[in-house]
Design a protein around this ligand. Structure first.
Ligand SMILES: *[C@@H]1O[C@H](CO)[C@@H](O)[C@H](O)[C@H]1NC(C)=O
Ligand SMILES: *[C@@H]1O[C@H](CO)[C@@H](O)[C@H](O)[C@H]1NC(C)=O
Ligand SMILES: *[C@@H]1O[C@H](CO)[C@@H](O)[C@H](O)[C@H]1NC(C)=O
Ligand SMILES: *[C@@H]1O[C@H](CO)[C@@H](O)[C@H](O)[C@H]1NC(C)=O
Ligand SMILES: *[C@@H]1O[C@H](CO)[C@@H](O)[C@H](O)[C@H]1NC(C)=O
Length: 592
């Protein structure tokens, strides 16, 4: 393509997929893809595919717009000044932990922006430029010797359950009087929102932010496992521990409900939080809070919180209905009010920084109604659930069963509670995930939904498959679902010669992207030097499921590779429940 053609092509880019075809010496082919458009806000992602050369010391990203964008926010990058001070040009650089980009890799930067009138178009190419001076030292990535170890024939599910629950204990924020994670202490004792105490809850992932939406999703799905695979928890001796661990999050979600129609969706500023590498106990920045109100609705979040508290009520009741009698009433009271809030003031969640806000809410409303029905036995909620299912057309397959997507969970539960027609819908999802469906498979058999933490998607789908296997009338189908679910869970537990659960099995990850566990015990320093240190994390983050391998089963046990090595509350939730389901289906103790 000549320079002139290139120029012309670049100016004729369409609004929806602004792919830049004409990179001369550039380092990748980048495009801005618009995802969702609301009245004054839109979100999307900047994708740079197939980086053409190794970038060991970081990169800069430059975007030129036709008119100045309003409040443009990009994730995981640091904004820098354009040397020419051109208001139409936006420049960013890597955020240290994503500095290293190797040839052939791709970069995904989600964004959120306001707009007035028309969306600002990108002009010309989006460039990704390599930094040539060493900013930080980068450790050599260590690749797992996959396939070298004999595949174990069985796994100690009991041990996995114990450790997975312990992972949630390591994520605890606030005052920890009964802490038994030796490298953790109380922290963030000043978290408040408009004068309300907001200490407690779980840190979201490898950072210290508290996001109510994925936290509530984790509570719902963990509760689901405790309630319906209760025998697995009892057999593992973990039922009491499981609900005690859950209570750290449910107490917090109750605190978030600061007024009838006001709910805190986030504590902490991602920019400040992500620029800090250290112990949670040593963080000194300000932690703002953000709320959903009647005039700023977020039905996904409030609906998921209602589902979480209702599902948790069932779990607490199951484990000890006497001890938790009043608590169960409290949970149900909040769940009912939150359901009313989510349905009276319907609207999509647009979070201040765009985190966790690419979703729709019809699934969460039906999901909340189902959990309320299960917790209260009040028929009105089941009627609400089926009505919402129809209103939001919750038929068909879904991208995933994970923090953003509950549709398949709704179908699975309605199949159990109403009739088998809903299982016909679930089957579409499972068919897509099984070999021959729409997903690609890694050579060693992982259903590969996304390079960003593929294991959580495989675990979510495995949990659903296990759950509906029991509802099948056709024994062949039930057996196929179970075998497939087992293949995915066993992939995670070590079938490829490495376990993806920290502290469990053979050759597990030792360098997770997780600040607290990376830090040596005080008084030793913990900072970006710790992050860049090629050695293992100082502490073993027991039970955490990491993001997972690349599409050809290669895992970089590298703190900097957060797509693969980060951990998160929502990753472990469906995984833990799927392991409970596996356990429940096995004749107790015969598996190990
Ligand atoms: C939006 O555009 C209108 C018309 O051009 C202008 O009057 C208004 O001030 C703009 N609002 C913002 C927030 O820029
Ligand atoms: C739930 O059902 C009741 C009784 O039919 C109805 O009054 C209420 O509006 C329904 N709520 C939703 C969210 O559909
Ligand atoms: C059960 O499912 C299998 C696999 O899909 C199918 O081949 C078989 O015909 C089904 N059996 C019945 C009785 O429907
Ligand atoms: C996975 O990583 C290995 C090692 O860097 C590389 O050879 C392989 O091409 C990668 N696979 C994919 C699909 O990116
Ligand atoms: C779990 O196992 C117990 C004991 O075998 C059984 O009664 C129960 O139905 C199982 N639950 C599920 C959901 O399979």
């Amino acid at each position: 393509m000549s320079a002139l053609q290139c120029l012309l092509a670049c100016f004729m880019l369409s609004l929806i997929a602004l792919k830049s075809p004409c990179l001369g010496t550039g380092s990748a082919s980048c495009s801005l893809q618009i995802g969702k458009v609301w009245l004054h806000t839109y979100t999307g992602v900047i994708v740079c595919n197939d980086v053409t050369e190794d970038m060991l010391y970081g990169w800069t990203l430059t975007i030129r717009f036709g008119k100045a964008p309003l409040n443009l926010l990009l994730w995981n990058v640091v904004e820098i000044e354009d040397p020419n001070n051109d208001p139409l040009v936006k420049m960013y650089e890597d955020n240290k932990y994503n500095a290293k980009l190797l040839s052939g890799e791709s970069l995904y930067i989600p964004f959120k922006s306001d707009y007035n009138g028309s969306l600002p178009e990108v002009q010309g190419e989006i460039t990704l430029t390599k930094k040539i001076t060493p900013g930080i030292t980068t450790p050599a990535a260590t690749v797992a010797p996959t396939g070298t170890t004999q595949k174990p024939t069985n796994y100690d599910y009991n041990d996995v359950l114990k450790k997975s629950i312990r992972f949630y204990d390591a994520q605890r924020s606030g005052l920890l009087p009964d802490n038994d994670i030796p490298w953790r202490e109380s922290c963030f004792l000043d978290d408040t929102c408009f004068g309300h105490d907001l200490t407690g809850g779980w840190h979201d992932a490898g950072d210290f932010l508290k996001f109510s939406y994925p936290m509530a999703f984790s509570v719902t799905v963990l509760s689901w496992g405790i309630v319906d695979y209760y025998d697995a928890y009892v057999a593992a001796g973990e039922a009491e521990h499981a609900v005690k661990s859950l209570k750290w999050a449910t107490d917090y979600l109750i605190k978030c409900h600061i007024a009838k129609y006001e709910f805190v969706y986030q504590v902490g500023n991602p920019g400040d939080d992500h620029l800090y590498w250290g112990r949670p106990e040593d963080f000194t920045g300000i932690r703002p809070c953000y709320t959903i109100t009647a005039s700023n609705p977020g039905s996904e979040v409030v609906g998921e919180a209602a589902a979480a508290l209702a599902a948790a009520a069932l779990a607490f009741d199951k484990v000890d209905s006497v001890l938790y009698k009043d608590y169960v009433i409290l949970l149900i009271t909040h769940a009912k009010e939150l359901f009313e809030f989510a349905t009276e003031y319907r609207g999509e969640y647009v979070s201040v920084d765009g985190y966790y806000s690419a979703s729709t809410f019809g699934d969460e409303l039906a999901w909340a109604a189902i959990w309320l029905y299960r917790a209260t036995n009040e028929q009105v909620y089941l009627d609400n659930a089926t009505a919402l299912y129809t209103e939001y057309n919750l038929k068909g397959s879904s991208y995933s069963f994970a923090w953003a997507h509950k549709k398949t969970g709704v179908q699975a539960l309605l199949c159990k509670l109403v009739d088998f027609s809903y299982c016909v819908q679930v089957d579409k999802f499972i068919t897509n995930y099984r070999p021959g469906g729409v997903l690609t498979y890694t050579p060693k058999g992982l259903a590969y939904r996304s390079p960003w933490a593929p294991l959580r998607y495989a675990a979510g789908a495995a949990f659903i498959a296990l759950y509906v296997a029991d509802l099948q009338t056709n024994a062949t189908v039930a057996a196929e679902y179970k075998a497939w679910a087992k293949s995915q869970i066993h992939y995670i537990l070590g079938d490829t010669g490495r376990s993806y659960v920290i502290g469990f099995g053979v050759n597990f990850p030792t360098r997770p992207h997780h600040r607290a566990s990376s830090c040596p015990l005080p008084p030793e320093a913990c900072n970006w030097g710790t992050f860049s240190d090629p050695g293992p994390n100082s502490n073993v983050l027991e039970g955490a499921l990491v993001g997972g391998p690349n599409a050809t089963d290669v895992y970089f046990d590298d703190r900097e590779n957060y797509y693969q090595s980060e951990v998160a509350c929502d990753y472990n939730a469906a995984f833990q429940s799927a392991v409970a389901g596996e356990f429940n289906m096995t004749e107790f103790h015969s598996n190990f």
